[in-house]
Design a protein. Structure first.
Length: 245
């Protein structure tokens, strides 16, 4: 092997090491500053469930289904101050932060509250692998396995549903019985979240066959949406077409 080839190989190794070091630094800094439980605090939007309408390119493959706030107002939920007032579309990229205020060097972000857009992992009962990014429309606070407070709406569900079905689901997980959640709280003090895509007709926990998700536990939350970057998510969508990931 001649010296020129050896020199080129050393240069490639050095460049690769620099790239790895930069990526590692980005990941470490994002964890310290943003606290997202994702490897990188970025989520590509792959559906139209949060689309509010807009330009043809921004809403490619998407169609808005009426005013996004009408359903919330009908549920007596004020939308004043809600983040992502203009929604986001398939192909956007969302910068995310900690969902619970923890895991950051500075206390910049509060706990998840009504109206926030969260990213959560799916339960075992419903199909799909990718996390879901939707808006919180209801919060059920549970203390010692009993409902302490409800904020927002229960939509198609009721207090009885939580007492008879969903709280026992979590209790079964904690006690080591058959568990329908992949991620669940360790005790009887926790919060459930009801979630909804702004462009969907009903919450994730409603609809045919019980919807697309069980009431979301706080342990399923991996991040909260913070900033929208238009179009950047199309790169991931294109790569998925070539190499499904």
């Amino acid at each position: 092997m001649d010296e020129e080839l050896i020199g080129e190989l050393k240069g490639w190794v050095r460049d690769l090491a620099e790239v790895i070091a930069v990526l590692a630094l980005i990941i470490i800094l994002s964890k310290i500053l943003l606290g997202s439980k994702l490897l990188l605090p970025l989520v590509a939007v792959t559906s139209c469930s949060m689309y509010h309408g807009g330009s043809l390119w921004n809403g490619i493959d998407c169609q808005a289904h009426g005013g996004w706030d009408s359903w919330l107002l009908y549920q007596n939920i004020s939308v004043d101050g809600f983040p992502f007032w203009n929604g986001f579309s398939k192909g956007d990229m969302i910068v995310t932060v900690t969902p619970d205020g923890g895991g950051v060097i500075l206390p910049l972000f509060p706990d998840t509250s009504l109206g926030d857009v969260v990213i959560y992992n799916r339960d075992k009962l419903h199909s799909g692998n990718e996390p879901i990014i939707h808006r919180v429309v209801g919060i059920v606070r549970v203390r010692d396995w009993k409902i302490e407070e409800v904020d927002g709406t229960l939509a198609c569900l009721s207090v009885k549903d939580f007492n008879d079905t969903y709280i026992p689901y979590v209790r079964d997980c904690v006690s080591g019985k058959r568990c329908l959640y992949r991620d669940y709280p360790p005790s009887g003090d926790f919060e459930f979240y009801l979630t909804k895509g702004d462009n969907n007709p009903y919450p994730d926990q409603c609809g045919a066959n019980g919807g697309i998700a069980l009431p979301v536990t706080e342990k399923q939350l991996v991040a909260r949406g913070w900033i929208r970057i238009p179009y950047l998510g199309w790169l991931k969508i294109a790569l998925n077409k070539i190499i499904p990931i």
